[in-house]
Design a protein around this ligand. Structure first.
Ligand SMILES: *Cc1c(COP(=O)(O)O)cnc(C)c1O
Length: 350
């Protein structure tokens, strides 16, 4: 019936509390699929953290996400996508006083302030990430245009470490800015930057390391919907794939949930390339390892299962070999998913 994210609430919340306590000024990021939990669950946690730990600012990805966040969170909401007059100029949410906008050009600041006079802004600098931002040579003019409505500067860095020099260059060049929002700066780098710039508030924006930083608290399980014994050489699925002897299992979870649809990855290491090649070869031969496995409790060891064919919209067909005791209808399989591309039918917090 369902594929469900189970959250060990005590363990997960202890990690959230520790992370927030260790990172003064941390801005939780709630965007997209809500990191597998859905935005409402995460916004609810932010509201708890607001009461307990004084979290007074969260970040959302887009203006579309801002409305629900403002309705569910009692303090401020930062929009990470930069304000663009042609795209966002008519939105009713613009003049919400709790909203903090991101700007990258003087023209956008003037336009936004003509529509929402008191609007508070962060000014984004263009980094080596090369996504959004104002070039460093134009940044002083941007800060001047924002004037007293400036909440801080903001820099979005690529993944990985080694950002200290790049961040330092901005902090040194614009010493009048007393607050900077930073993404993807490691705790070590942040510590060193705080030591080097003691008068500056450095506020990390964190999504993945906050919400998904305690993987042991998170399990995904899917209901077994059908189990049938199959003889060697029997066929199944839209493509009539053949199977070995054993059992055909129909299990909840398909493309609609993001099952077996990994986000495109850079595949940069030789080992990763070898894995892709090997799995590609198996795929060409009609065999793909599925993210479903029989739980340890049934077999003594977790047994990963193979797809009979690629996942369907709401279910998947997997094969249990003859040598393995099959699950029963109503049992659950463990599922390995990338939570940033996962949509659960339900999230159960215990
Ligand atoms: C998504 C995003 C973040 C959070 O990224 P994580 O890797 O999930 O921590 C921070 N800053 C910006 C600008 C983002 O778009």
């Amino acid at each position: 019936m369902s594929i469900v994210l189970h959250v060990d609430g005590d363990r997960w919340r202890a990690h959230l509390d520790r992370t927030v306590a260790a990172n003064p000024g941390l801005v939780p990021v709630v965007k997209g699929n809500g990191y597998g939990f859905g935005a409402p669950v995460l916004t609810g946690e932010c509201e708890r953290l607001a009461g307990q730990a004084g979290v007074a600012l969260i970040a959302v990805g887009t203006y579309r996400e801002a409305g629900p966040a403002l309705a569910a969170f009692s303090a401020d909401v930062l929009v990470l996508e930069p304000y663009r007059p042609t795209l966002h100029g008519d939105l009713a949410v613009l003049s919400e006083p709790a909203l903090v906008h991101t700007v990258t050009s003087v023209a956008d600041v003037l336009d936004l302030h003509s529509r929402a006079p008191g609007a508070r802004l962060v000014a984004e600098g263009l980094t080596s990430m090369n996504r959004h931002g104002c070039r460093v040579e134009d940044y002083a003019d941007l800060v001047t245009a924002v004037g007293s409505h400036l909440v801080g500067g903001t820099l979005h860095l690529p993944l990985g470490s080694g950002h200290q020099a790049e961040v330092s260059a901005w902090l040194t060049r614009f010493p009048t800015l007393s607050t900077w929002f930073l993404s993807h700066v490691s705790p070590d780098e942040l510590g060193r930057l705080r030591t080097a710039y003691p008068g500056v508030a450095l506020r990390p924006r964190v999504g993945t390391a906050l919400w998904l930083g305690e993987p042991a608290a998170l399990t995904v399980r899917a209901d077994v919907l059908d189990v049938r014994a199959v003889a060697a050489g029997s066929h199944a699925g839209y493509r009539g794939r053949s199977m070995g002897a054993g059992h055909l299992v129909v299990v909840s979870g398909g493309t609609a949930h993001g099952v077996a649809m990994e986000a495109p990855s850079a595949v940069s290491s030789l080992r990763q390339r070898a894995i892709v090649l090997a799995e590609g070869a198996l795929e060409a031969a009609g065999r793909v390892r599925s993210p479903f496995s029989l739980p340890t409790s049934t077999t003594g060891a977790s047994t990963s299962l193979w797809f009979v064919e690629p996942p369907h919209m709401q279910v998947s067909l997997v094969h249990v070999p003859q040598s393995t005791i099959p699950p029963a209808i109503g049992d659950q399989l463990d599922v390995r998913v990338r939570l940033t591309t996962f949509w659960a039918d339900d999230v159960v917090l215990t």
